[in-house]
Each structure stands twice: as C-alpha cells, then as structure tokens.
Design a protein around this ligand. Sequence first.
Ligand code: NAD
Length: 279
Amino acid sequence: MENMIKRAAHDLVNSRYAVALTGAGMSTESGIPDFRGPSGVWTKNPDAERKAYRSYEFFLENPKGWWEERLTTTTIFGDLASAQPNAGHIAIGNLEKAGILKTVMTQNIDGLHEKGGTRNLLEYHGCALKLRCTSCLSRWAREAIDLEGLRKENRLPPICSNCGGIIKTDTVAFGEPIPEDVAEKSLEEAHKCDLMLICGTSAVVYPFANLPRIARHKNSGLLYRSDTSRQPQKSPDTVIIEINAEPTPLTAEGISNYLIQGKTGEILPMIVEEVKRLQ
Ligand code: NAD
C-alpha cells in the first residue's frame, strides 16, 4: 500500500493537467449510502430503484404533480443539507489548492466536494441542494426559491425568471439528458487531462463511465467526442489511477493503470501528505 501511495503522489506531482472523477464511494464515509455496495440504497430497497427510474417521465408528463410529490415525501438520501465532507473530500480540495488537480468531475449530488473546498467542480448528475431551469440551465441554491410557499399557493412548478422555463431540482434523474454545459466541459477535460484520479465509483453508470475510456483511448484514433471535426489530440498517454474499495470494470478492462484498493477517506489524505513531501 505504501508504495502505491508514493506512486500516486509521484504521478500527481509530475502531471501537467490532472483531473479527478468521483462517485458515491467518496461519500459513504460521510454517512451517505452508495447505490450498489452491500449497504447500498438500491440493494436494500429495490422499490426505490423502480420509482427512481420512472421519476423523469413523471416530471415531463406532470411537473406540478412531480413537485408536489417531491415536497411532501422524504428523499432516498434523507437530509443531505446537513451532511459534512469527510477526509477524502478535504484531500481532494487540498490537491486543487496545491495546484495539482485542475477539475473535479463528480457523479455525486450531495454537494460535499464544494463543502470540502473544491472550487473547479463539474457536478455531472447535478446537485440536490440546487435548482436548475430545464430550458436555459440557470441554477440557484435550493433555498433561493420559496418552494413551500409556491406549493401552498398552488403555483407549482416553479418558473424561471430568466426565460419562463420549468424549474426542477438540479439532480439529473434517470433518463434525463446530462445538462449540455456540464456534459461538454467534462468531455473537454477528459480529452485535455494527462492524469485522471478516479475515486469511489463502480464506473457502470453511463455516460459518466465513458470519461475514463475517452481519456484512455484519446490517442488511439477512437472517437468518442461529439465534435468530430477536430482531430484527436496527440498528447502523451493519460495515467489513470483508481481508488476504490473493490476492483471495477475499469480495473478489469485495463482502463486504469493501477488500483489502490481501500477507503478514499483514508488513502487520499495519505497521498496529499506524500505530495506535500515531494513538492
Ligand atoms: P456506486 O454505488 O455504483 O459505486 C460506489 C463504489 O464505491 C463501489 O464500487 C463501492 O465498492 C465503492 N466504495 C464505497 N465506499 C467506498 C469508500 N469509502 N472508499 C472507496 N470506495 C468505496 O456509485 P457510482 O459509481 O457513483 O454510481 C451511482 C450513481 O448514484 C451516481 O450516478 C450518483 O449520482 C448516484 N449516487 C450519488 C450519491 C451521492 O451523491 N453521495 C450516493 C449514491 C448514489
């Protein structure tokens, strides 16, 4: 393990443009369950999974009904607003402060990277603490709009003051397209990076799980990008490091160069310490 920590710190310090990809495993040590681990939300409550898959269709058919249901039932994660970042989130924030990590792309919707000090953050599946206009993609903190007041006055769904579009939670529902701004920028980052640090994801949810594959194959002539008019970049091969409790398809397919197996809340702070020693 010690050698793996040293190897990762060495790779990070020698990178030109390092990015991180993170998933639900980052936040289990903050008390938020993942989906597919042994204590995962889906594992323990398959009904919640079935319901989640129908949610976006319901929103499109009946946004008022969707909002009413949303405001009167508890969410699968409970009170995310009071969740606190763990040592892993703080370490990721410190790697950005040290000038090493340029961008963090997360699947998590819990807002903990922001609370943990990350500034250049792409929330690929949105954030449960924010709202988003489905037309112009304006975003607000959840408390910026009096949702309960709108419900009492029978004025749901909330309407965007900028463009008149319908507002939903920023969280991307199953079946909902990834908001274009975040999808485009993430694709750019996967092409641009020379190191990708992947933390706490089973890497089976697409299109997010394409990002490591894009980073791995970008010099091979395989095209994943939406803009096919540009030539594939000729940058050096990307180093892809996984930190996860268990091997993933990225490990099995050789997409990652190596896996450091264990808890992100323990391994990431050790890497930061080693980076400090090297810098
Ligand atoms: P996942 O549940 O599919 O996989 C999580 C992975 O992290 C598993 O491989 C698990 O073994 C590993 N893991 C768990 N705890 C760990 C720890 N402490 N250290 C290292 N590894 C650990 O999660 P996913 O790949 O992110 O995909 C799930 C989807 O569900 C995402 O789209 C995400 O938006 C959503 N989700 C988000 C949250 C959150 O915001 N915290 C929580 C659950 C699910």
